[in-house]
Structures are given as structure tokens and as C-alpha cells.
Design a protein around this ligand. Structure first.
Ligand SMILES: Cc1cc2nc3c(=O)[nH]c(=O)nc-3n(C[C@H](O)[C@H](O)[C@H](O)COP(=O)(O)OP(=O)(O)OC[C@H]3O[C@@H](n4cnc5c(N)ncnc54)[C@H](O)[C@@H]3O)c2cc1C
Length: 354
């Protein structure tokens, strides 16, 4: 590259689902490096969060591919392009700052100045389903938790764990012998977790090391002191509604899964239709030039929410972004099979590539 070449612009992708990850690849082929942000602690969007073990049958040239496997393959494919990942932070702000640039801000204080933005936010950012009890806010973050940040906090404590999926069962098994007492509360007799973990939990119940209650948490009791309310106990109601149990509880861990929320995206002044961002089908650009939207988050006539469609959208958006960032640059289509410059970017070319 000559010393007069323009400095690469910072390109920000919001959402690290399959489509956001593939956008890294399509931009990388055109020589544009990306920053990618996701509110979740890991990449993969719906594939990783909702159905990692399920097989997908409609990815071209992969007759069968597990959802997590697809994400792993995409990460491998995008590796040469060294994207910068900012995980566990929700993008709360996208603000035009003049000169076709945008300020992108996140919930944890990251601030990026972007030459263009791609919103690949799927069905929105995933939020934990909360325990539906009046006054729950006073316990959330201190004694009611929707994720485990530091397991040691729960050692030697009275715990109530709610839910019937992998998270609830994995933490039940992991914490059972470390907690002072542990009660697992689930609405049904059937569990959605891995059978081996369910069997281990049943062994622990049979050994008298924990209690299993088929029902729900009906109320929480606290002790208000020094401006904070410390949890002291939980009232559990059995499924048949006949029995109410009082259990000691220092912490409640509720794992009811995640639900998507469009959230701050609705406040960025972009045209929306039925909670989706309206785009054209040439550039996949929103109503604001320089902000593109691809994957499940967008809408246009004939839109189908398929991974395959999102991949196509990422390819065309990449060309439009290249033009937005470098309007002087002549664009022409190159094939990865024959383009020395693309092969160099992919790290597969010999030293004669330029
Ligand atoms: C059970 C199930 C099976 C499916 N099977 C198939 C199938 O066989 N074939 C197929 O093609 N499709 C299938 N789909 C649909 C497919 O998963 C979606 O089309 C695909 O995940 C969309 O990808 P995406 O990258 O656009 O969005 P997503 O996968 O939804 O990822 C979006 C990401 O953006 C993040 N995000 C959102 N807002 C913000 C914000 N403000 N700040 C930071 N991060 C944010 C989210 O946390 C999320 O990680 C299936 C879906 C489900 C639920």
C-alpha cells in the first residue's frame, strides 16, 4: 500500500449474529476492517443463544450444519480480517456527527467514531426474562440474579434457583454442594436441559442434598437496612396451588431464558416498519445514508428472515459502504479465486500478490 493511501475508516457492525459476522468477511474482502459489538457475552446471535445444537439444512453447500457449528465456521472464515469484538455491551446510541460520520456509544461506555454503521441486530438485543413479582427491582442485581458473574458469591449461601433449561440445571449441579441449601423451582416435571444433568440433579435430590419444588416463587421477603433490602426468604407455591413453602434464601437465580427487545434502535431516528428497519435492496441502506441494516432487523418488499438472505444483503451492503467511505475509488467485481489482492487479504496469496 502506498503511503498516500487514505487511513482506514472505522466501520462499526452492531450485532454479532451470523449475518453480522459474515459482514466482517464481505467488508474484509474489500479491504475494510470492522469493529463489531454485541450485547451478549458471546457471538452467534440466535444460532448460539436459541438453538446451538439444532441442525440447519438450508445453508448453501452445507447439506447439514449445526447452528453453533455454522457460527464457528463463520468465525474461522472471518479470522484473516482481524475484526475487533466488543461483547457484553449494548449499543445505546448512534448519532450523526457531521462529515458522514457517526458516534456509536455503548452501555459500558465504549465510544467509537464510525465512517459507516451496519445494524445487524436481528430481532433486537436479548434481555433476560425477569422474575414477575411486584417490587422485584429492589432485589435485582443484589440478591436476584439472571446470570452468574462470580459463582463464589453463592458459596455457603441459601439459594433458590428457578428454571428448567440448561442454565438452571448446570448451576444447580455446580452449586449444590457449595451452597448452604439449594432449592430448584420449576413449573413442570419435565426439564429442557441435557438428560445427564437432569439425572445428576435427581441423584442430588435423592441423596437429600437439595430440594426440588414443582411450582413457582410467589413472593420474596427482605430485610431493609442501610438503604438496601437484603433477601431473607422466598415463598414457593406448588403447581397444584395447594401447598405454600417458606424457604430461607440469600439469593435467587432465575434462568427463564432471554427475549429479544428492539430497545434503543427504535430511538435512532431511522424509518421503521413493524419493528424492522426499512432499507432499499441495492445498498441495504436505512433512511440515513451511511447507516445500513442487514439480516433479520431489516424489511423490504419480499423480505424473508433467513440466514441465506442476510448473507446476500451483507455482500451488497459492503460495496455500498466502500463507496460511502471512499467515493473516489473505482469499484469493480473481483473473484476470490483469481484476485491477488483479495487472496492477499485472505492470507492465502504468495508474496507476488499486491
Ligand atoms: C429455532 C430457530 C431455528 C431457525 N432455523 C433456521 C434455519 O434453519 N435456516 C435459516 O436460514 N434461519 C433459521 N432461523 C433464523 C435465523 O436464526 C435468523 O435468520 C438469523 O439468526 C438472523 O441473523 P442476524 O445476524 O440477522 O440476527 P441474530 O442472529 O438475531 O443476531 C443479532 C445480534 O444482535 C445483537 N443486538 C441486537 N441489538 C443490539 C444492540 N442494540 N447492541 C448490541 N447488540 C445488539 C443481539 O444480541 C444478537 O446477538 C431459525 C431461528 C430460530 C429461532
Amino acid at each position: 500500500m502506498s503511503s498516500t493511501a487514505p487511513a482506514p475508516e472505522r466501520l462499526v457492525i452492531i450485532g454479532a449474529g451470523p449475518v453480522g459476522i459474515f459482514q466482517i468477511f464481505e467488508l474484509g474482502l474489500l479491504g475494510i476492517q470492522a469493529h463489531i459489538i454485541d450485547s451478549l457475552a458471546q457471538v452467534g446471535g440466535q444460532c448460539t443463544e436459541l438453538y446451538p445444537e439444532k441442525p440447519i439444512y438450508d445453508i448453501p453447500a452445507l447439506p447439514i450444519c449445526g447452528a453453533q457449528e455454522l457460527i464457528d465456521r463463520l468465525l474461522e472464515q472471518t479470522k484473516p480480517f482481524n475484526a475487533t469484538y466488543h461483547l457484553g455491551q449494548e449499543v445505546t446510541e448512534v448519532k450523526p456527527v457531521g462529515g458522514g460520520k457517526f458516534l456509536v456509544g455503548t452501555s459500558t461506555g465504549t465510544r467509537l467514531l464510525a465512517g459507516a454503521v451496519v445494524i445487524a441486530a436481528g430481532v433486537g438485543s436479548f434481555q433476560p426474562r425477569r422474575l414477575a413479582l411486584p417490587g422485584i427491582e429492589e432485589f435485582e442485581g443484589t440478591s436476584v440474579h439472571y446470570r452468574v458473574k462470580a459463582a463464589a458469591e453463592f458459596h455457603g449461601r441459601d439459594l433458590v434457583i428457578c428454571g428448567g433449561g440448561d442454565s438452571a440445571l448446570d448451576w444447580t449441579v455446580a452449586l449444590c454442594e457449595k451452597a448452604r441449601s439449594l432449592t430448584l423451582v420449576h413449573r413442570r416435571a419435565e426439564f429442557r436441559a441435557a438428560p445427564a444433568t437432569v439425572a445428576r440433579m435427581r441423584d442430588l435430590v435423592a441423596a437429600g442434598k437439595m430440594r426440588l419444588v414443582e411450582g413457582h416463587v410467589a413472593a420474596l421477603h427482605g430485610d431493609a437496612a442501610a438503604g438496601t433490602t437484603r433477601l431473607t426468604g422466598a415463598v414457593l407455591q406448588t403447581k397444584d396451588g395447594l401447598t405454600t413453602l417458606q424457604v430461607a434464601a440469600d439469593h435467587v437465580l432465575a434462568f427463564f431464558g432471554l427475549h429479544p427487545k428492539l430497545g434503543p434502535i427504535a430511538e435512532w431516528g431511522l424509518d421503521l416498519e413493524k419493528k424492522a428497519l426499512k432499507v432499499d435492496t441495492e445498498k441495504f441502506q436505512t433512511s440515513v445514508p451511511g447507516i445500513h441494516a442487514i439480516g433479520d432487523i431489516n424489511t423490504y418488499p419480499g423480505k424473508k428472515k433467513l440466514i441465506l438472505s442476510g448473507f446476500h444483503e451483507a455482500a451488497l451492503a459492503a460495496f455500498a459502504i466502500q463507496h460511502h467511505l471512499y467515493p473516489e475509488k473505482r469499484q469493480f467485481l473481483q473473484y476470490t479465486t483469481t484476485s491477488p489482492i483479495m487472496q492477499k487479504r485472505l492470507g492465502v496469496a504468495g508474496s507476488d500478490a499486491h
